[in-house]
Ligand binder design. Sequence first.
Ligand code: IMP
Length: 179
Amino acid sequence: MPQRPYVIDEMISAKQIAARIEELAGEIRHEFADTDKLVVVGLLRGSFVFIADLVRELDLPVEVDFLEASSYGNATESSREVRILKDLRGEIAGRDVLVVEDIVDTGYTLSHVKHLLDGRQPRKMKIIALLDKPARREVEMQADWTGFTIPDEFVVGYGIDFAQRNRNLPFIGKVRFTD
Ligand code: IMP
C-alpha cells in the first residue's frame, strides 16, 4: 500500500513522558510492595519502549514477559478481531501481574487479553496503559493507571507505529497528512 505523505507534530515530549513514568512507578511500587516477584507483561509491539523505561523506574523484583495480540493491520482502522500471535512464556497462576499496554483505543485488545489472563487465575492483576483515547471506546475497558488521556488522533513514537514506522521517535507525536 503506498504511503500517504504525512508529518508528525509533537504532542507529548520525552521529558513529559519520563516525569509521568516516575509518578506512575511510585504508585505501582506501592500497590505491589508485598509482592515477591512481579510479572510485568508487555503487549507487543507497541509497549516495548514504555515497558523498558517503566521497569527501570520500578525498583522491585520483576520478571518480564511478553504477549502479542493483533487488532490493527497497516492502516489507521481498527479491526474487531483480536488474535494472540505470541503467548506468554511463563505461568501466571497465583502470581502478581502488571499488564503494560501502549494505547487503549476501542478497548477490544485489552478486554480480550484481560479475559484471557484472568482465566489463568493470577493472584492479582493490574493494567497500565501509556495512552488512553476514551472517545474511541467501543467496549468497556479502563486501565488501572493511565499515562496520558489524549483526543481522537492517530499517534506515533515511543514504541508506537504507523504501518511499522516511527516507533523509534523519543516523543509521542500525532500524524498529520499533508496531501
Ligand atoms: P484497541 O483494541 O482498539 O484498543 O487497539 C489497541 C491497539 O491499537 C494499540 O495497542 C495500538 O497498537 C493500536 N493503536 C490504537 N491507536 C493507535 C494510534 O493512534 N497509533 C498507533 N497505533 C494505535
